[in-house]
Design a protein around this ligand. Structure first.
Ligand SMILES: C[S@@+](CC[C@H](N)C(=O)[O-])C[C@H]1O[C@@H](n2cnc3c(N)ncnc32)[C@H](O)[C@@H]1O
Length: 305
């Protein structure tokens, strides 16, 4: 969220525009009845939502759901225990470098890396495990951090996942030249810590898994630019305002809030979701070129990753 776009005068959503915890719970139950088995709270930054643990408690009560969350880690140290107690299963933390200068160059935030590392430690301590660390790699900005990050998280036993830098939204000024491919990332690590490929945990898993040959754990690479996986994508996304998106690169969402607040029954909302899902034909990552970058798309900070 570059500060020049999302400044103090940015028209963020009002309270009444965003879904209440009860509305989110109702939608979650509908999706789970349709076969969803994993729910991930993203954002924005989920730990900024007041009383988030109350939402976690509601969602954790839904039978058959694995509940997880992606956070920038800035408030994790103080909230990890409450989230675990509320029923959160595990956590993913975004961290793009280990030194403050590179970290800030990537995300423009005003908290130090140390705070994120303390949050990760606390998450480990309370049992929000296995912990995954997301590192987006941008050429010339943090690619020199690939090896230090691998070294650090290998030692600490967390699963580091490298994400190819994507053209979500418009505010990040993406160019193909900025992308460091998954292949390059693997080569850099393999030269120092030999790797071997590992099978996917489940069909539709977005990361390709690699194991350290010496048995010290694994890493993942999410090659969404160089090896598109649209065909296997099973992700449905709902924004905080209740817009349903069938693709991370979608132009338009489908308004579920209007149904939730319009007196529609669960059966009617279910039918609506099924209709949208069955008609989806998104395959943006397969057709991406420098020319598609300019297409209207929702921002990453809105759709959540
Ligand atoms: C949009 S964030 C939302 C959750 C939370 N605020 C956080 O920072 O983790 C979700 C994930 O998307 C990743 N991400 C953001 N911009 C990206 C981009 N342009 N390409 C690839 N991944 C990106 C982030 O690093 C993070 O791991």
């Amino acid at each position: 969220m570059p500060k020049e776009v999302f400044g103090l005068d940015y028209p963020f959503a009002d309270r009444h525009q965003i879904l209440s915890f009860e509305e989110i719970e109702r939608l979650a139950k509908i999706y789970v009845a349709l076969g969803v088995s994993k729910i991930r709270l993203t954002g924005g930054e989920p730990l900024l939502r007041r009383h988030l643990e109350a939402l976690v408690e509601k969602l954790a009560r839904i039978e058959g759901v694995e509940l997880t969350l992606t956070t920038n880690g800035s408030a994790l140290k103080t909230q990890a225990r409450a989230l675990k107690d509320a029923g959160l299963n595990r956590i993913t933390v975004s961290l793009d470098a280990l030194d403050d200068k590179t970290f800030t160059a990537m995300n423009d935030v005003n908290f130090p890396v140390e705070r994120v590392l303390e949050g990760i430690e606390e998450a480990q301590h309370v049992g929000l495990t296995p912990i995954k660390i997301n590192m987006v790699v941008k050429r010339g900005v943090n690619d020199h951090s690939i090896l230090p990050m691998a070294t650090y998280f290998r030692k600490h036993g967390h699963i580091l996942r490298f994400i190819e830098y994507m053209d979500v939204g418009h505010s990040n000024g993406w160019r193909m030249d900025d992308v460091v491919s998954a292949r390059e990332i693997i080569d850099i690590i393999h030269a120092v810590f030999p790797l071997e490929p590992a099978h996917k945990n489940y069909s539709g898993e977005v990361a390709n898994r690699w194991r350290y040959c010496d048995g010290t754990g694994e890493i993942g690479v999410i090659a969404s630019v160089t090896q598109a996986f649209c065909r296997d994508c099973t992700r449905a996304r709902v924004s905080t305002e209740g817009m349903f998106f069938t693709c991370l690169f979608a132009t338009q969402g489908h308004d579920l809030r209007v149904l939730l607040r319009g007196g529609y029954s669960d059966t009617e909302i279910t039918k609506h979701i099924v209709d949208i899902w069955q008609q989806r034909d998104d395959r943006y990552s397969e057709i991406r070129t420098q020319a598609t970058v300019a297409l209207p798309k929702v921002e990453m900070s809105y759709i959540g990753g």
